[in-house]
Design a protein around this ligand. Structure first.
Ligand SMILES: [Zn+2]
Length: 108
């Protein structure tokens, strides 16, 4: 029995829905310059059992660190910040892979 349907309908119209979009963007810190930015504007680097990889999809399993799409941030990251953030040492293969990726980035 829906005796109060008329009343209920009116109540729905009296409460406008507030769109909640564009808020609560996940924030991450760039391990190079230490600036905090929305996750999407940063590149994820992940530590997997096979080594350290650039993770463009952001979906690879493993411990992740974030860097700007800027060579200067990667240079700092490669020195020690990335290894510290990922709690591991960069192997020669990791360094080679990351250096190759870094070479594709713009200088600033
Ligand atoms: Zn940065």
């Amino acid at each position: 029995m829906i005796g109060n349907s008329k009343f209920a309908l009116r109540r729905v119209y009296c409460v406008p829905k507030k769109p909640r979009k564009g808020k609560q963007v996940p924030q991450r810190t760039c391990v190079g310059c230490r600036e905090v930015h929305p996750k999407r504007s940063l590149i994820r680097v992940v530590r997997s059992p096979e080594g350290i990889f650039v993770d463009p999809t952001g979906k690879m399993a493993g411990r992740g660190a974030y860097l700007h799409e800027k060579r200067s941030c990667w240079e700092i990251g490669m020195q020690s910040a990335l290894a510290g953030a990922l709690k591991t040492d960069l192997s020669a293969a990791d360094k080679k892979r990351l250096t190759e990726f870094m070479a594709s980035l713009s200088k600033d």
